[in-house]
Design a protein around this ligand. Structure first.
Ligand code: NDP
Length: 452
């Protein structure tokens, strides 16, 4: 690291020594900044990077709710409003027991550059709670969402901050949150995205992150004379992003052989066909069951339970391309070494920051094409941006229109990341390319807007 970026990193670590995920996100971003700071004296002069690593605002609040037995439960709620340089804060809500300020800050930080890459007018933010929707009744989830919104509503608005879903927050939760916002404020506005089709949701929003990931990776592969058709792919997770990644990979003629959840993984050598995927959607979205049930239903499928730390067996299966779509740091150094050993050609990050810093380094050093989450999973927020536009105009585009716009946006992101990599870094270093292309636009807006 050069002197400036090293100082910034040391300050972040000193101020928040326990925020490991946030430090990791800042660290990998600063490595890319090393490529450009000497060429851009105005960035140093206006302390743009120093300002960027500090959220504009971080809100922490109490969320009391009553469970079905009539017992009071207390969770912690968060909203990190990282940057409004390009537009209203925009980013999802995550409900998962692991949620803490470090995870919220890393996600909000990444979101700023991701949103910038889409070319749409959106700032960056993220929020959520350590509430675990798993095993809760619909009524409990509703009471939690209502209580969460009882505080969140005063910090958000269609021109201020527009949350959406993330891990543990899907259509059901967004519906409950929207209903409560509407009731408290007596207004029907596009304050959340990922809404149901009957009350302002955009077509293709549920599909957008997974579809966008595959469109983006297809561009990278095409640039290298490779293709998805006929390839074997690994996908982790089995939630929203994983499901629609599998759907689009199937449409491109690839074969997906794995899925997982927090309890374990399945390996289906025959491939997860559209019929089997329909079963997974029912299992995960309606029945809210475990992926192990897939192995009970289909013959010849192996189920491997999760054993904690160490190497994850999902990343030790031979395949052409890998798509981590579960959570942060799900590919550690050992997993990366296994993927490289087995000749993986591309890693497409559907989840946010799924590769540990050492894993990312290994992929870059070994010439594995790495599609970083900031760019590769931006399709979700891009269609959220399109949902905001449709809400403002009070109209609804067709699936084909939204899908076409999504494809154009993903192609645009690929081109910006590629040209920034070629200009400032190495050919095909999409990590640097995405960081730099996303950064430049935000930096320009921050300088123009003065010290706010
Ligand atoms: P879902 O809640 O729909 O699915 C998450 C999946 O990941 C589930 O299969 C879950 O298993 C698994 N998972 C979650 N946490 C862990 C963990 N600690 N260890 C192992 N497995 C885990 O979330 P999404 O599909 O929406 O999100 C997945 C990733 O994609 C996240 O990183 C998210 O930030 C990112 N993302 C999502 C976007 C979206 O539009 N939804 C947009 C951009 C990025 P289980 O069922 O057991 O909990």
């Amino acid at each position: 690291m050069n002197q400036l970026t090293e100082q910034i990193y040391q300050r972040v670590c000193r101020l928040d020594p326990d925020q490991k995920e946030f430090q990791q996100a800042v660290y990998t971003f600063l490595l890319s900044m090393d490529r450009i700071v000497d060429e851009l004296p105005e960035v140093t002069y206006h302390k743009v990077i120093e300002r960027m690593v500090e959220p504009e605002r971080a809100i922490i609040f109490r969320v009391p709710w009553m469970d079905d037995e009539g017992r009071l439960q207390i969770n912690r709620g968060f909203r990190v409003q990282q940057s409004s340089a390009l537009g209203p804060y925009k980013g999802g809500l995550r409900f998962h027991p692991s949620v803490n300020l470090s995870i919220m800050k890393f996600l909000a930080f990444e979101q700023v550059f991701k949103n910038s890459l889409t070319g749409l007018p959106m700032g960056g933010g993220k929020g959520g709670s350590d509430f675990d929707p798993k095993g809760k009744s619909d009524a409990e989830v509703m009471r939690f969402c209502q209580s969460f919104m009882n505080e969140l509503f005063r910090h958000i608005g269609p021109d201020t901050d527009v949350p959406a879903g993330d891990i543990g927050v899907g259509g059901r939760e967004v519906g409950f949150l929207f209903g409560q916002y509407k009731k408290i404020t007596n207004s029907f506005t596009g304050v959340l995205t990922g809404k149901g089709q009957s009350f302002g949701g955009s077509l293709i929003r549920p599909e957008a992150t997974g579809y966008g990931l595959v469109y983006f990776c297809n561009e990278i592969l095409a640039g290298e004379g490779r293709k998805l058709e006929g390839s074997t792919c690994l996908v982790s997770g089995s939630g929203n992003v994983a499901q629609f990644t599998v759907e689009k990979l199937n449409a491109f003629g690839a074969k997906v052989v794995t899925l997982s959840d927090s309890s374990g993984m399945i390996y289906d050598e025959e491939g997860i066909t559209p019929e089997k995927l329909a079963y997974v959607k029912q299992l995960k979205n309606v029945k809210r069951g475990r992926i192990s049930e897939y192995a009970e239903k289909y013959k010849g499928v192996t189920y491997v339970p999760r054993t904690g730390n160490g190497a994850n067996p999902i990343w030790d299966i031979k395949a052409d391309y890998a798509f981590p779509c579960a959570t942060q740091n799900e590919i550690n150094a050992e997993d990366a070494a296994n993927l490289v050993k087995n000749g993986i050609k591309l890693v497409g990050e559907g989840a946010n920051m799924p590769c540990a810093a050492e894993a990312e380094r290994l992929f870059l050093d070994k010439g594995v094409l790495l599609a970083p989450s900031k760019a590769a999973n931006a399709g979700g927020v891009a269609v959220s941006g399109l949902e905001m536009s449709q809400n403002s105009m009070r109209l609804k585009w067709t699936s084909q229109e939204v899908d076409q716009r999504l494809q154009n946006i993903m192609k645009g992101i690929y081109e910006s990341a590629k040209s920034a990599a070629d200009r400032y870094s190495e050919h095909n270093n999409f990590v640097d390319g995405a960081n730099i292309a996303g950064f430049l636009k935000v930096a320009d807006a921050m300088i123009a807007q003065g010290y706010v």
